[in-house]
Design a protein. Structure first.
Length: 230
């Protein structure tokens, strides 16, 4: 694979060229999407270019914001999990070695800085997706997640290697902690866009049969995940 900017050779899973230091547009190289053009004139948190809207062919369709300059992506609450569920094949088991390789990927270069949410312009916090993926995302509690260029592909590889199971268990552990501390909110308010300090988990839990499946899956794989990766 060669750099799209200078043509230099990229070794391994490098997402930033070692010759010209430009970020490579690799996240959506194998994902079909439709460009909707510039949407609400939102500014990129990284380079301040105007974000464009793209639509993924899912059911229902997912529309996100994307920067064509630095290749960052902005997902609203719940959209990232829905995208991964739709576009990544179901993991059959936990590949502990592969999960660790992805988490320790030397070609991954996340720039640690506090960026502003493109919607509310408040400073976003940092979060390690799934607790152990090594993908450090920028997070706005009310509006969603910002991924730097190259992070989505890395996250898709982690999900495919069994990271999905770890993510579900991580979310279940956080919910259990909230319940035990007595701080769990009731009803759909705990899962809506307006809940700072919580990550989206597949939307509203009330009346959703998928929620029961997630809780069961988390309970079943908890011991396996701990044994493989702790």
């Amino acid at each position: 694979m060669n750099c799209s900017n200078c043509g230099g050779r990229l070794e391994g899973d490098l997402t930033i060229c070692t010759f010209c230091e430009s970020r490579q547009d690799i996240d959506l190289s194998q994902v079909h999407f439709r460009n909707l053009g510039k949407g609400g004139q939102l500014a990129c948190p990284g380079c301040e270019s105007t974000l464009e809207e793209i639509e993924f062919k899912t059911e229902p369709p997912i529309v996100i914001e994307r920067c064509t300059e630095c290749h960052g992506l902005f997902f609203n609450p719940g959209e990232l999990e829905a995208f991964l569920e739709s576009k990544v094949s179901e993991p059959l088991w936990l590949d502990g070695q592969r999960l660790q390789e992805i988490a320790n990927n030397f070609g991954y270069n996340h720039v640690v800085e506090y960026l502003k949410c493109p919607m509310c312009e408040e400073r976003m916090s940092h979060i390690n997706f799934g607790g152990k993926s090594g993908v450090i995302m920028d997070r706005c509690g009310g509006h969603g997640f910002w991924l730097q260029g190259g992070e989505l592909r890395r996250l898709m590889e982690w999900w495919r290697a069994g990271g999905k199971h770890l993510h579900l268990k991580n979310e279940q552990d956080k919910l259990d902690g909230l319940r035990s501390s007595g701080s769990m909110m009731s009803g759909s308010a705990a899962f809506g866009d307006s809940s700072p300090g919580m990550e989206p988990i597949w939307g509203d839990a009330s009346g959703d049969p998928k929620w029961d499946a997630i809780k069961i899956a988390g309970a079943l794989i908890g011991g396996i995940a701990a044994a493989l990766l702790d």
